[in-house]
Each structure stands twice: as structure tokens, then as C-alpha cells.
Design a binder for this molecule. Sequence first.
Ligand code: 6PG
Length: 471
Amino acid sequence: MPDAGTYDIGMVGLGVMGRNLLLNIADHGFSGVGLDTDEAKVTALAVEGRGKPLLGVRTPEELATALKKPRAVMLLVPAGRPVDAVIDELTPLFEPGDLIIDAGNSHFIDTDRRVSALTRKGLHFVGMGVSGGEYGARHGPSMMPGGDRDAYERIRPILESIAARAGDVICVDYMGPGSAGHYVKMVHNGIEYGLIQMIAESYDILSRGLGLSDDELATIYQQWNAGPIAGFLIEITSEIFQKVDEVTGGRLVDHILDEAKQRGTGKWTAQSALDLQVPSPTIDAAVSLRDMSGLKSERENASKILSGPAVGQGGHEWVGRLENALQACMVATLAQGMCLLQAASKAYGYELRMESIARIWQGGCIIRAAMLTDVEAAFVRRPDLVNLMLDPAFSRRLQENIPDLRSVIAFAIERGLPVAAHSASLAYYDSYRSGWLPANLIQAQRDYFGSHTYERIDAKGPVHTDWSAGA
Ligand code: 6PG
């Protein structure tokens, strides 16, 4: 083995993400060993990494030998069993003090299990969320490492050198112990689901509701990307509407099947929010609408049976209202995500610093947006802010934009255009600002049919009433 014990870091999994992260690491002066059982991927690393301090290997033994001690190896393999399989292969070859970093989208419960198992063996484990896709991996991702703090400090120079920059901000920071990093990444993706769904709904209104062309849509999203809702997802939306289909010469977006796939992180976010009893209606709606999109043949059949109002078009004045509505929805979605993070921090002892999360999301990641600077400022002002919507700057934004969210939803509903994420965001706002909700009736019903008891406004403790025994 040439160069035994000299490489700074290893990478297991040389798919798009792993390979590009390794190339990024090498660009910053660190040497790396990449392991993949697929010869073609090892060759791709050799070709793309020519002249860089990189080595491609095919076996865990070669990887373990090539690395400097204590070893540090990053895994970028599909979540679930593949992560356990790689860990099982590496651990017999590793020694106490060595470090494994799981940089995939692993479920946080799996990460907790792995942290415990590896700690018992004297190994360190860091669960790290990485966001930014292929481009981010190559040129600067946002990274959310969690787990063993000392282990993080060891790889910190590498992570800080490859991370995205957003002005002065270096988009990586230690999130907290255990599965904190993967939890934060999961919620990032939940927010991503919410934003993607609400942008899709705005597209539907602009397209079916206002009858605008793809060119007009491209211009509108481009303009929106210079305003308060500016961000990566708005930017790419504008570009998508300009992309020409090589097959037909039309716009590519119009030839893409309306059936969106999902890998599970949005669903996990909604599931975790339900477990922690944190309302996350926009994220829940986004997951449900992905599921609805998957019912393509059922929807096509239903479209012949179930009727709705005529779509009838609105005028250009709706464009500005839609932008404002999106702004209100973005605030509501970020508020849900941040509340979930705060609840998880308490429940799982993550000790999350909300302002740090908002900071590292300002560059490199999929949800990066101008608004995140203000989210950071809100949590700097009040680290224990209970809900982002209560921050004075955000409550002002909501006050200004909620009227347009209401009219956009009414516009869509009257035309039978589904706006689940917009509606859920408004319901979140309206229920949260409501000092009274009709849950007294829910209490009464539960007691009526199940003797579940209820509580009175004017007394403490559970009460049961025999509801059928006359007035
Ligand atoms: C990111 C993305 C990335 C991935 C999503 C897609 O932050 O870079 O979130 O992790 O693209 O997992 O998720 P779905 O396939 O579930 O839409």
C-alpha cells in the first residue's frame, strides 16, 4: 500500500455527493481516500481528481490502512441498512479514537442507536446533515454536524474550509450531542417540502388561474427573487420555466409528469412533529400533497367524475398579492420548523442554538433565502423566542401580508385550485393568534362518548358529566 497512514480523511460512497465532497475537500488542501465497491465510481474519482491528493480504493482494508491515525471517515451511502453495513465493515478495522461521520440523510433514531453502539466500542460518531445537492457538495454545502463535540473539533478545519459562505457566514456549526445534526437536517428538509409545495401552488395559480405563459412565469419568479421572498428555490423556479425541452422544443417543465417522488425526510419531519405534539400543518400538507400527486391514475379517473368550478382567469394584480401571500406562508413554515427544533431540543437534550441554525442555513443549503438573516436576528434578539411569528419584525411582516394570503386562498378556492400549503399556513396563523379555539366542544364530545373527562374554565381538575341524563 503506497502512502499508508498519510491521508487526512476517508469517504465511503463515491456517488455524486460523496465524490464531489471529496473533490471539494481536496481543493482545500486536505488529502482523501475514496472507497466504493463500484469500479466505475472509483475510476470517476481518479479522472475528476487528477492532480489532487486523492486515492481511490475498493476495500475497507485499503481505506483503513491509507488513513492517518486517529482515522476519520465520512459515509455518503443511502440511509438505512447501507449505513449499518458500512459501519459493520469498518469497525473491526478501526481502533478506539477513530471517527465515523455519517453525512447522509439518516433518520435521527438510527443515529442515536449508532452513537451508543460505537461509543461502547470506543469509536466516535458524528451524524451530519449535508445540504446543497451536487453543486453544494462540490462548491460549498451547508453542514449540520452533531454528536461527539471533541470529534467535531477534530474535523472542524476540514468542514469549515469546504462549507458554503454567505457573506461572512461559514455555513457549518456544531449542532449538539447525539442525533442533533441529523434532526436539524430533517427539519431543514421538512421546511424544504413546505416551501416547494407552496411555490408549486403559486405556479398553479399563475398558470391555470391567471393564464400566464412559461416566459411570464420565468420573469415573475425572477422578479420575486429580488424581493423579500428571494432564495434558492425561487431562483431555480425561474430558471426551470426557461429550460427548453430537447425532444419537443417546448418548455421542459410542461413535459414532466405531475407525480412527485419523495425519499422520506419530509414524512419523518411530520411524524416527529406529531410525536412531539408540535403543530406543523404546512409541512404535513406538503407531504400529503406529494402523496396526492402520486395518485395520478386515480386523479385522472376522478377528474371525469368529480366536478369543480370553472377556472375563469384573474388579472395581473394577483401577481403582487401572490408574492405577499408566499411571504406570509414562508414565515409560517419557518415558524413551524423552528418550533419543532425547539421542542426536539428540549425532548432530546440537543441544546440547539436557534440563531446558529438560521445562520448556517443562509448559504449552501436548499432552503437558503434572504429571510433567514432576519430569522437569525430574531433569535439573537431572543434566544428563547417561543414562536418566530411573535418576533416584532415577523409579526409586522405577517400583518402586512396576511390580507393578501387570505385573498389569494379565496381566489384559488373559488376557482377550485388546490392550495393546501397556503391554506395550512393561514390556518396555522389564525389558530395560533386565536385566544379561544372550539376545543371546548371537542372536550365535551370526548367526555360524552368516552367518559374521557374534561376541564372547566373556572376550576382545576378533571370533571365528568352524564351527558345523556337530560339538561
Ligand atoms: C438537500 C436536499 C437533499 C435531497 C432531499 C430530497 O438539502 O440537499 O434536501 O437532502 O435533495 O432529500 O428529498 P425528497 O427526495 O424527499 O424530495
